[in-house]
Design a protein. Structure first.
Length: 250
């Protein structure tokens, strides 16, 4: 196994009297999918928000590529190389697919003081947007208005926007939510392909998809880690069966 690119150690998040994430530890490795599963309210999305900088940890450490990033704002974490998607699709529906990805790629420029040069003239930005769209199989929709895409295509576009920022780690929060069988199959295949070049932390309730793509799983219950292991070990775990998967998973 390669050295982990992202290390989470005893991370906690408290909201007043609620300890939403309680001393959670996990590791993400390049070219692997690490799924985080558990019942509603387990703290999975809060954990993703801590890793992406949308929330500041109350305690614990987050190390990415050897640097401590705990508490950094989301824009700095994104520029370091961590991209994410959200539970609810987060795109610019009135812009074209290409414009959505070009805006995401522009965030990597590191400066907004570029008033006198049209964005379309930045070849590296346009190339990054085009590559991202192709990676998610949306090249045929590049000039379409994003709001006219199907739900599944909009979810693909959101991942393309993350890819346009050239991330090393992808945080995917329920990317299959609301999809039918065909869209779910396409998204699952996309996640498997992206794992060839990225470390992926995947939060998802579709267990068929999770067990088909994940290399390791962390099960969370009540804000804490119940167990971490391979898909085979998690399927066999009596504690996981009782807390989440159900006894019929033995």
């Amino acid at each position: 196994m390669t050295e982990p690119i992202l290390i989470v150690r005893d991370v906690s998040k408290r909201f007043a009297g609620l300890l939403a994430v309680n001393a959670v530890s996990l590791e993400a490795h390049a070219r692997e999918v690490h799924a985080v599963i558990g019942p509603n309210g387990a703290g999975k999305t809060t954990l993703i928000n801590l890793l992406s900088g949308d929330l500041v940890p109350s305690a614990g450490g987050i190390v990415f590529a050897g640097a401590d990033i705990a508490g950094l704002p989301a824009h700095r974490i994104a520029r370091l190389g961590i991209g994410r998607s959200y539970q609810k699709t987060n795109i610019f529906p009135g812009f074209s697919v290409f414009e959505n990805c070009r805006l995401a790629a522009q965030s990597r420029l590191g400066s907004s003081m570029r008033f006198f040069r049209p964005a379309r003239t930045y070849r590296e930005i346009n190339d990054a947007a085009g590559r991202a769209i192709a990676l998610v199989d949306l090249a045929h929709t590049a000039n379409l208005v994003a709001g006219t895409l199907s739900h599944g295509e909009q979810r693909q576009l959101e991942i393309a926007m993350a890819l346009a920022t050239s991330p090393k780690v992808l945080l995917l929060d329920e990317p299959l939510a609301g999809m039918g069988a065909d869209e779910s199959a396409r998204m699952t295949a996309l996640i498997a392909r992206l794992a060839a070049d990225h470390a992926i932390i995947l939060v998802e309730h579709d267990m068929d998809a999770v067990f088909s793509v994940a290399h390791r799983l962390t099960v969370m219950v009540n804000g804490m880690v119940l167990e971490t292991g391979t898909p085979q070990a998690i399927r066999r775990s009596k504690a996981v069966q009782q807390a989440y998967l159900g006894t019929d998973e033995a």
